[in-house]
Ligand binder design. Structure first.
Ligand SMILES: [Zn+2]
Length: 294
């Protein structure tokens, strides 16, 4: 019994050391200046679907309110995300674009800060990678972001994400890498008069909690995030299987309350504050997925 207890406390000790080493190697990379204090930066968020940015809407609203420039590039139209047999892919792509633009308005972003690359939902992995990366490189060189927000490709390992998210994580990472080399996709530079662009700050979303080293206090922007989230009627209401248009009041009784509750409940609360968590990385794109090496 005694030995067992000792063994247990030894393994607990080893576990704590491992956690300590792990968290110190992750935490050193937190931004020197908290995200809440950022001003005058350009932020580009790359997502797979026209609602992937929602989990960062509080941060995007905060950044916009603080005088940063925020752009969103979505890779697919979201044209298969429904169980409603009445909707075609074309219908759904239109509905989801409008939902996205309406959501962006709630967090202070206009449609001219939104680009949809038009790939098919659910099949991003099978799209021509060179073409997708080339398009992303173009927008990186055009918007010149200081900070890239993207699905986390992983830190010292690969994060398993569902297919389009998995693809979007790597495509964004590969594009940020390619954008800095002038001889890569040089058509942008020769024909479009753009310049090679190096992104040296990253805020990754969608990764594992243990990798997240940055907490953004979105308390003052939580309501904006909620209002934005309630625009995704085709995704988060009974409109998922029976779409009745963009007005929540046309849906069965109680739907509106349910939607607001659902969207509100998705916001993490730590110490009474509404927060969004990210893995922050500072450095050249090549190092975004691993700790410093010899
Ligand atoms: Zn998605």
């Amino acid at each position: 019994m005694k030995t067992q207890t000792r063994r247990k406390s030894i393994s607990k000790f080893i576990f704590l050391i491992i956690i300590g080493i792990f968290s110190s190697s992750i935490s050193f990379a937190q931004p020197n200046e908290p995200v809440e204090k950022w001003k005058g930066k350009t932020i580009l968020l790359i997502g797979a679907h026209p609602d992937d940015d929602h989990q960062s809407h509080g941060t995007l609203a905060l950044l916009k309110a603080n005088g940063n420039h925020v752009y969103i590039v979505t890779l697919t139209t979201g044209n298969v995300g429904t169980k409603d047999p009445k909707l075609s892919q074309t219908d759904l792509a239109k509905i989801r674009r409008q939902e996205q633009v309406d959501a962006m308005k709630e967090i202070g972003l206009s449609e001219d800060h939104y680009v949809n690359l038009g790939y098919d939902d659910g099949r991003l992995e099978f799209a021509n990678k060179e073409e997708v990366v080339g398009k992303l490189v173009h927008y990186i060189r055009k918007f010149k972001p200081d900070v890239l927000m993207a699905f986390d490709p992983g830190y010292n390992y690969q994060v398993w994400q569902k297919s389009d998210h998995r693809a979007a994580a790597y495509l964004a990472a590969d594009a940020s890498r390619a954008a800095e080399w002038p001889l890569m996709y040089e058509g942008d530079i020769i024909q479009d008069k753009l310049e090679a662009h190096l992104i040296s700050e990253y805020l990754f979303y969608g990764g594992n909690i243990t990798d997240k080293n940055t907490i953004v206090d979105i308390s003052d922007f939580a309501n904006q995030r909620v209002e934005a989230g309630t625009k995704y009627i085709s995704q988060w209401t009974s409109g998922w299987s029976d779409y009745l248009g963009p007005d929540i009041n046309k849906y069965p009784a109680g739907e509106k309350e349910k939607l607001y509750k659902k969207v509100r409940n998705r916001i993490k609360v730590i110490d009474g504050k509404s927060v969004e968590r990210f893995r922050y990385h500072k450095g050249v794109p090549d190092t975004m997925g691993h700790a410093p090496r010899d």
